[in-house]
Ligand binder design. Structure first.
Ligand code: FAD
Length: 348
């Protein structure tokens, strides 16, 4: 892998700082590379891929152009492969906390680990910001988190043969019900009412599994959990008929994510309901030289899709080129026919 981690301290000088190594931040490295802009990517997570690798690594995505189906992790791996020729630097496990313009016109950045970066342009690809799953209001649940209570499925295999309880009525709860039913020992879906917010097709599939007896659907709420040393043994649920104690050893509550903008809120950028306002020509924020792409930005008609973020990255790179290389004219070129682009890609 071309990831060139940078453990050493000290100020790093770079053309572009990309905040966030989600799919859009990764593709930004590619588009910036094509126009001779070197990138440093910083992400608070310990690995690249953003939501794709953190929230749904094994789930297929069906709307990436030319890839009829690709999982969140495969997409991340392919993007990493694609950016390889540009030798970008990556820092993981650090949050970008401070961002201000210095007297020299460049941006001075600090991470929570005290790392200093000076960059000519900044690309905020921070997605939902510091996203954290909402915790169910159940006493003592913290002790089970990461062991037998999970807010995301990292490896489906870990749930094989278990008595699984999924709680929630949205897409995540339904999708994981469908995906895990074949490998769990038993699977119970608990939702507070018999109406689901998820995709109608998923609701239909879930109801079919319930009819076949492969999934148990309970309409009710969690009341209590029991277990020891972080390992769940039972979950008591409250229904219209009374309380029932279910033997459960893995629970997946999907109560949604809280989107915390985090430090981005304090950088003086114009916002629209916690999203960064950008124009649709350059995807620049209210501050010249600071761009925002992917889920973190807003403009009329914005769709929070990976493919929208890819488009935004391409136009952003054109605008960033004017700042990083003010004396160079940028020629529009195709990768299929430009020998100079092919040289940069290492295919010539
Ligand atoms: P993210 O993937 O959110 O990545 C942002 C990164 O920035 C994160 O890694 C975060 O840790 C980091 N970060 C944030 N703030 C800081 C900071 N201050 N310092 C350092 N790092 C920071 N989209 C589709 O197009 N098709 C689909 O089928 C699809 N399915 C989905 C299914 C699920 C279950 C979910 C949750 C989402 C789905 N999406 C889908 C949406 C898609 O995942 C997002 O649109 C995409 O991840 C946005 O990419 P991004 O790079 O903008 O942000």
């Amino acid at each position: 892998m071309a990831l060139d981690d940078m453990p050493e301290a000290g100020t790093i000088e770079i053309d572009a700082l990309v905040i966030g190594a989600g799919p859009v931040g990764l593709f930004a490295v590619f588009e910036l590379g094509l126009v001779d802009i070197k990138s440093l990517v910083i992400d608070i997570l310990g690995k690249p891929g953003g939501q794709c690798s953190e929230l749904y690594p094994e789930k297929p995505i069906y709307d990436i152009p030319a890839l009829p189906t690709v999982t969140g992790q495969e997409l991340t791996d392919r993007l990493l492969e694609q950016v390889k020729p540009f030798g970008a630097k990556f820092v993981f496990g650090e949050r970008v906390d401070e961002l201000q313009r210095g007297e020299d016109g460049r941006f001075h950045i600090k991470t929570d680990a005290g790392r200093a970066v000076v960059a000519k342009v900044v690309v905020i690809a921070a997605g939902g910001g510091s996203f954290t799953p909402k915790r169910p209001p159940i006493e003592g649940i913290e002790a089970y988190e990461g062991k037998s209570v999970h807010y995301a499925v990292r490896r489906m295999e870990d749930l094989r043969g278990k008595d699984v309880l999924i709680v929630g009525g949205g897409d995540s709860a339904l999708d994981w019900t469908l995906n895990l039913a074949p490998l769990a020992k038993s699977l119970t879906l608990l939702h507070r009412r018999d109406e689901f917010r998820g995709a109608p097709h998923s609701v239909e599939q879930m109801r079919a599994l319930v009819a076949e007896g492969r999934v148990r659907l309970i309409i009710g709420q969690m009341a209590k959990i029991d277990g020891a040393d972080g390992e769940l043994e039972a979950v008591t649920v409250k229904t219209a008929a009374g309380e029932e104690k279910l033997p459960i050893n893995a629970m997946l509550p999907f109560f949604g994510l809280t989107m915390k903008l985090g430090p981005v809120a304090h950088w003086g950028l114009n916002l629209n309901e916690n999203l960064i306002l950008v124009d649709t020509e350059r995807f620049e924020t209210s501050e010249k030289g600071i761009f925002a792409i992917g889920d973190i930005n807003w403009y009329p008609g914005k769709l929070k899709l990976i493919l929208s973020g890819f488009h935004e990255a391409a136009l952003m790179a054109q605008a960033a080129h004017k700042i990083v290389h003010p004396d160079k004219k940028l020629l529009f070129q195709y990768t299929t026919s430009s020998s100079s682009l092919q040289k940069k890609l290492g295919v010539k």
